[in-house]
Design a protein. Structure first.
Length: 374
């Protein structure tokens, strides 16, 4: 399906996080009106929207009015309540909604990746301690056990180093299905962001490496030193997934690289993740702007790499240390959010230069963030 949505039309945006605000700001800059739909009355998206709708589980009126007002609808995150997805149709959502099914269900996603002959970690499912013990024997310890539905809290997962750790998973046994995978130590996590148009154009962004700092807080940086064969395989898989899903807009594909050099596909994630703001200082066009080009029928812009860049989140803990650098760092861009529903993150820093490795060293010396090797 081809879309042509010209300035002056209304784009409906569904989202709660900071990326929904970035998208609304970019759409306003292009001349569109914004209808915002969020679960929170104080959402950062609604602060930017021209028309505001707050979702409630027992009230479909808001989502119906939101859909009726919007010429097209887009979502910035895959975690959408069921009452929203039930109301959406591919006629008004260029991204489509099929991808949301595999986004929320690990088992369904794994089956889809296998059908596409993509390399993933072996896995088992289970709902009892006996089944998890059998999976551990089959897969080999250590293993990670987590809910099959991805929207569950990230804290609801445990790493079992051996049979002696089975007691750790007991609180998760409630009759629901659990996913069991091997746990690989000393891995590297990589993400490729792509934007795909309805005309099968695809724009790829520079590969980035992502490292967890704590739950829901990640650092990220553009990759400067990685084998061409690895980048080539990541690129091939990213393009293949976009085509297989017939997806339009921005999406992330995440990978694990083992210490033995084996590359595993982890997930495909629709929308705009927080670390894609990294490209605001490293390439010529933001992911938010490119996403809008895709869903409104514009030709995609060529992505031109300009700077190496690093993204680091800010919490209240880092703020006092950060402000010591206020008059010093000419190559840092500091963004402060000041929205309670985004806590613990209160902002981020983007540092840019000629080398990610050099930037990471400088950021470590700054003494603001705690790095693994400290």
């Amino acid at each position: 399906m081809s879309y042509e949505v010209l300035p002056g039309k209304t784009i409906g945006i569904i989202g709660d996080g900071i990326t929904s605000r970035y998208l609304a700001q970019a759409a306003h800059n292009m001349g569109y009106h914004i209808a915002g739909y969020s679960s929170y009355a104080e959402s950062v998206l609604l602060k930017e929207a021209d028309y505001r709708f707050v979702g409630q589980e027992d009230n479909d009126d808001e989502i119906e009015s939101f859909v009726a007002l919007s010429d097209i609808i887009t979502y910035t995150s895959a975690w959408l309540p069921m009452q929203i997805t039930d109301q959406l149709t591919n006629q008004v959502v260029p991204q489509g909604t099929n991808i949301l099914d595999i986004t929320d269900d690990h088992a369904l996603a794994k089956a889809f990746y296998e059908s596409e002959s993509l390399n993933i970690l072996p896995y088992e499912t289970g709902s009892s301690l006996d089944e998890i013990a059998q999976a551990g024997t089959k897969l080999g310890y250590p293993i990670i056990v987590k809910p099959v539905f991805k929207h569950k809290n990230i804290d609801d997962q445990v790493i079992l180093r051996g049979e002696w750790d089975l007691g750790l998973v007991a609180p998760m046994i409630d009759g629901s299905t659990l996913l069991i995978e091997p746990w690989l130590d000393n891995t590297q996590s990589f993400v490729m962001t792509a934007v795909r148009s309805a005309n099968n154009e695809i724009a790829l962004y520079p590969l980035r490496q992502v490292q967890a700092i704590s739950a829901n807080l990640n650092s990220a940086w553009t990759v400067g030193n990685i084998a061409d064969a690895v980048v080539g395989e990541i690129t091939k898989v990213t393009e293949k997934l976009g085509a297989a899903l017939n997806y339009v807009g921005a999406y992330d594909v995440t990978f694990l690289l083992s210490d033995h050099g084996t590359l595993y596909l982890r997930n495909v994630i629709p929308g705009l993740s927080k670390t894609t703001v990294l490209y605001d200082v490293s390439v010529n066009i933001s992911v938010a702007s490119q996403h809008l080009r895709a869903i409104t029928g514009q030709k995609l812009a060529d992505v031109v790499f300009e700077h190496a860049a690093v993204y680091l989140p800010i919490t209240e803990k880092e703020e006092p240390l950060l402000y010591r650098h206020w008059q010093i760092q000419s190559h840092w861009q500091i963004a402060m959010y000041r929205f309670g529903n985004l806590l613990p993150q209160t902002g981020h820093v983007l540092a840019y230069g000629t080398s990610s490795e050099q930037l990471l060293n400088q950021l470590q010396v700054a003494g603001i963030w705690q790095f693994d090797n400290e």
